[in-house]
Design a protein around this ligand. Structure first.
Ligand SMILES: Cc1cc2nc3c(=O)[nH]c(=O)nc-3n(C[C@H](O)[C@H](O)[C@H](O)COP(=O)(O)OP(=O)(O)OC[C@H]3O[C@@H](n4cnc5c(N)ncnc54)[C@H](O)[C@@H]3O)c2cc1C
Length: 427
């Protein structure tokens, strides 16, 4: 088969799922085009550390071209997906239209405000590098403003951070903000006492970290409170406006910074596919991860709704997206090698465990039947995140930053780059 006769595979999204597909696929047997609207692969599990001044943006991102530079059959395009013509086997991008024999959809998700998109302007979510840098800038700027304020009430408002959503991201953010205020900023200000800052984590469910057993949730809450964060469970947010959160129990919290870590939905482009979606916009895929009626199109990662044997959905985590990328790579490779003669296996998720870090020497983890918390869980979290972080330079840089912060209680990434307060997202 000549190169031009090789099947064309278009992969949309170079996140965990799309990139894993490209790495795992034997690229000699097909021409692959990988499209992403950013030029980098982002390691989202460490985004909260950029938002809380622990790491720099470049430490957790890697140029897609550079990751795939030794793969001559993979073309990388910086472009945005706009629409689909599934019948004509075409994808419309902002600058190109691509034809395919196989299409792999791996566009991930976005922050969901549960029907209140207007809250985004006052409570930014954390999904991209821009989000993380915007949050960091707002938090640091609030402490700077508090130092210039004379009114105690204004100082209190400026030094209050509300995190909405007690999942892993909310827990990680709350713990890191509490540490930032109590240990890192404490010595740097003269008129205010940053250790008096309030970090409030709000969760509507009766406990935080709903995916881990109740004993670990309780441990996480204790570890957060030890760091100085307040954890309020069983409270629902009713409204968010500039600097103000109204709760369903009638209480109002005034806070200069409100961070939204409560909801995720699939990429909005799934609505353009004309296939069945769930309420979060995820595509209801078949057992082999293909779209009903379109065996040549697959959806993987956060944008796919995949059900396990017991009917529960496969969680939106990076190992699931990577496993789906590998699964689809094997299916397409087999079909190219043995046209028309292979049965497609169903996808099976291998749950390797759940963990969340809370702060210095504080974390919770559940791996198989084993549950652990504190230093052991924290060390396991550090090692696993270093292993999966893409790029040797990034691994070294992150390891160095963590060591430096651990020893000195300082955080390097505390520069406010923009002179003006950054615009809220969506503006
Ligand atoms: C703050 C945060 C913390 C997390 N922490 C953890 C954790 O600790 N452990 C864990 O396992 N998981 C974690 N996750 C979840 C994990 O990151 C996701 O499950 C995983 O990224 C899903 O992979 P994906 O390939 O489906 O999508 P993504 O990795 O999100 O990749 C989607 C890609 O598509 C691109 N894209 C999107 N729309 C378009 C478009 N219209 N045109 C072109 N390109 C587009 C994006 O730029 C991106 O590169 C976290 C997520 C977040 C946001």
């Amino acid at each position: 088969m000549t190169d031009s006769e090789h099947p064309r595979i278009v992969v949309l999204g170079a996140g965990f799922g799309g990139l894993e597909f490209c790495k795992r696929f034997d690229e000699q047997t097909a021409r692959i085009t990988l499209v992403d609207r950013t030029n980098h692969h982002l390691f989202q599990p460490l985004l909260y550390q950029v938002a809380t001044a622990g790491l720099s943006a470049v430490d957790i991102a890697q140029p897609i071209r550079s990751i795939l530079s030794d793969r001559p059959n993979i073309t990388v395009l910086l472009d945005e997906v706009e629409g689909f013509d599934l019948a004509g086997k075409k994808v419309m991008l902002t600058k190109n239209t691509l034809s395919y024999d196989y299409l792999v959809l791996a566009l991930g998700g976005c922050t969901s405000y549960f029907g209140h998109p207007e809250w985004e302007a006052y409570a930014p979510g954390l999904k991209t590098l821009d989000d993380a840098m915007r949050i960091r800038s707002r938090i640091l700027r609030a402490f700077e403003q508090a130092e210039s304020e004379t009114s105690p009430a204004a100082q209190e408002r400026l030094m209050t951070i509300v995190v909405v959503g007690g999942g892993p991201t909310g827990v990680e953010l709350a713990g890191a903000f509490a540490e930032l205020a109590r240990h890192v900023l404490k010595a740097d200000f003269r008129r205010i006492d940053p250790s008096q800052a309030q970090v409030i984590l709000l969760e509507a469910a009766p406990r935080i970290l709903a995916r881990v057993p109740p004993t670990l949730s309780a441990s996480a809450q204790r570890q957060l409170e030890k760091l100085g964060a307040q954890v309020r469970t069983g409270v629902k947010v009713q409204n968010i406006t500039e600097g103000r959160v109204d709760l369903d129990n009638g209480e109002t919290i005034h806070a200069a910074n409100i961070i939204w870590a409560a909801g995720v939905s699939a990429s909005p482009v799934t609505k353009k596919l004309g296939v069945e979606l769930n309420r979060a916009g995820q595509i209801k895929v078949r057992a082999d991860l293909s779209l009903p009626g379109h065996p040549e199109v697959f959806a993987i990662g956060d944008m796919a709704l995949v059900l396990e044997k017991d009917g529960s959905p496969v969680p939106g985590v990076s190992p699931a997206a990577m496993q789906m990328g590998t699964h689809v790579a094997r299916i397409i490779e087999n079909e190219i090698a043995f046209p028309g003669g292979v049965e497609r296996p169903a996808f099976k998720y291998w749950d390797k465990g759940t963990m969340a870090t809370i702060g210095r020497s504080a974390a919770v983890a559940k791996v198989g039947r084993f549950e652990f918390s504190g230093v052991a869980a924290w060390l396991a979290w550090l090692v696993i995140h270093l292993i999966f972080l893409v790029g040797f330079r990034n691994k070294i840089a992150v390891l160095f930053q963590w060591f430096y912060s651990y020893v000195t209680y300082k955080r390097g990434a505390r520069i406010i780059a923009s002179p003006e307060a950054p615009a809220p997202p969506g503006k």
